[in-house]
Design a protein around this ligand. Structure first.
Ligand SMILES: [Fe+2]
Ligand SMILES: [Fe+2]
Length: 218
């Protein structure tokens, strides 16, 4: 089956699943992640499987609303892929690669239980997802997520937090989450890092101004 055929079918199923998302993980996030991932893949040396990349990006965050029911979104994503990819006619032999990319898409520098990716496509999906976090849209999505999960926007008392990996929502205010990801060396690929440059500069400026305003100094 041609990519367009299975992709159209998958997109419909994904749109249905994420309808009403209010956590910053709507269909627009999934589509932008796909766009950036393909852009990164084309900027990297070597042949990468664009079908795997597209499918993984479209599915990776479909489970965000399930988290309110106590189900992790990676678990939901994997189940969704196992159920839908065969149904839409996605090449079966590539399904394990898509599953790996979904499973590892949130790995951050400092994760203690880091699993090594077997496929480079997983690293590309990670980079595209991180790119969606850095920048103006990333800030907006971050605060939307914080609101949905009752995470404080900013709490200066969290200043001395240990930045080693913990479930972030439990230990950080949103601004610290943003700062944490800015501090880390976050990109697997040169292309991802290059694409993030302007955004990183913007976010650093945003954080500076935010803190000044918060403290009533501006
Ligand atoms: Fe995610
Ligand atoms: Fe994502």
């Amino acid at each position: 089956m041609k990519k367009n055929e299975w992709r159209n079918k998958l997109l419909k199923a994904v749109e249905e699943k994420v309808k009403g998302d209010h956590t910053g993980h709507s269909i627009t996030h999934l589509l932008r992640t796909e766009k950036y991932a393909l852009q990164i893949a084309r900027g990297e040396k070597g042949k990468l499987d664009e079908e795997v990349i597209s499918a993984a990006c479209l599915i990776h965050d479909v489970g965000r609303m399930d988290e309110f029911l106590g189900i992790g979104h990676i678990e939901t994503g994997i189940k969704f892929a196992e159920e839908w990819l065969p149904l839409v006619g996605f090449p079966e032999e590539k399904i394990p690669k898509v599953i790996e990319a979904i499973k590892l898409h949130e790995q951050r520098e400092g994760d203690t239980d880091k699993t090594k990716a077997q496929y480079k496509e997983s690293l590309i999906v990670q980079d595209a997802d991180k790119l969606e976090f850095v920048g103006a849209v990333g800030i907006a999505r971050g605060f939307q997520f914080a609101g949905a999960h009752k995470i404080p926007v900013y709490d200066p008392e969290y200043k001395e937090v240990d930045y080693s990996y913990k479930p972030l929502e439990k230990v950080l205010s949103e601004l610290h989450h943003i700062k944490k990801l800015m501090i880390e060396k976050r990109f697997n690929t040169k292309t991802g890092e290059k694409l993030a440059k302007k955004r990183v500069t913007f976010v650093k400026k945003f954080i500076d101004q935010f803190i000044k305003e918060w403290e009533g100094k501006l």
